[in-house]
Ligand binder design. Sequence first.
Ligand code: NAY
Length: 295
Amino acid sequence: LDKFKGIFPAFYACYDDAGEVSEERTKDLCTHLLEKGVNGLYVGGSSGECIYQSLDERKATLRYVAECLEGKLTLIAHVGAPSTRDSVILAKYAEELGYDALSAIPPIYFTLPERSIYTYWSEIMDAAELPFIIYNIPQTTGYSLSMNLFKKLLKNEKVIGLKNSSMPVMDIERFKAAAGENFIVFNGPDEQFVSGRLIGADSGIGGTYAVMPELLLAADKAVTSGSFDEARKIQKEINDIIIALCSLNGSMYSAIKEVLKLKGVNIGSVRGPLEPVSGEDLHKIAAIKILIDRS
Ligand code: NAY
């Protein structure tokens, strides 16, 4: 399980200037993150704008990332999609491409009983011989993973981890305690990375990591080495940056992409209904980049 330890940026959707998925820009972002020394990538999740992309676009992104990085970084494919059918297609494809693990949110849109959620995740697991990481993100899916369903899922030996994005940090401690040591819990909320690690998360997956990987890597190291004052100081810097990224008139991902452009990594903008940063607020991007560079 060691290959699932550390800092895993949630990979962004990379578009050309016309808003189409771009092979070149996807590979540029891969190379950039490889050079930064991250431990792996979480591809095709919320940060990958998965719900705004077609099946073919999602497959293309999975392929470009694997072609660029297979063997160099641990790759987790998020394959959650509105239908089980599409999720299974993505799961099989990720396995063909050599991904290290699969992950999926619970079913979205309809409020389904836990029985259906269990069946959905189980059918994805049955589709491939890959380890599986449950994704609990109640803020966006409306479903909060229950301890009952979690324990039932743990009986499947493919379940090796959980990406937990619910806000109570205590949930991480409870899930880790229920699963035992031989299981990876990923911290979800970047704003609570240090507290999540201290209470039991082994690793982190996050939507803001790729714009400031140095800070997350440093925070992780500080926790591991027991330098808690240092860890707390870095978390404050991370949170100042997240708040700045969320304070503009466009979506957080658009702000992140504008900062990345200033860093020399152009991955285009966001797809509607996510809004691009515009007008006066575009001028604030340079200040956010300075905040990141200074930290
Ligand atoms: C993914 O699925 O791509 C992610 O990892 C996104 C996780 C993010 N959570 C939400 C609710 O969007 O990383 C967080 C989030 O971007 C961060 O905490 C900033 O708020």
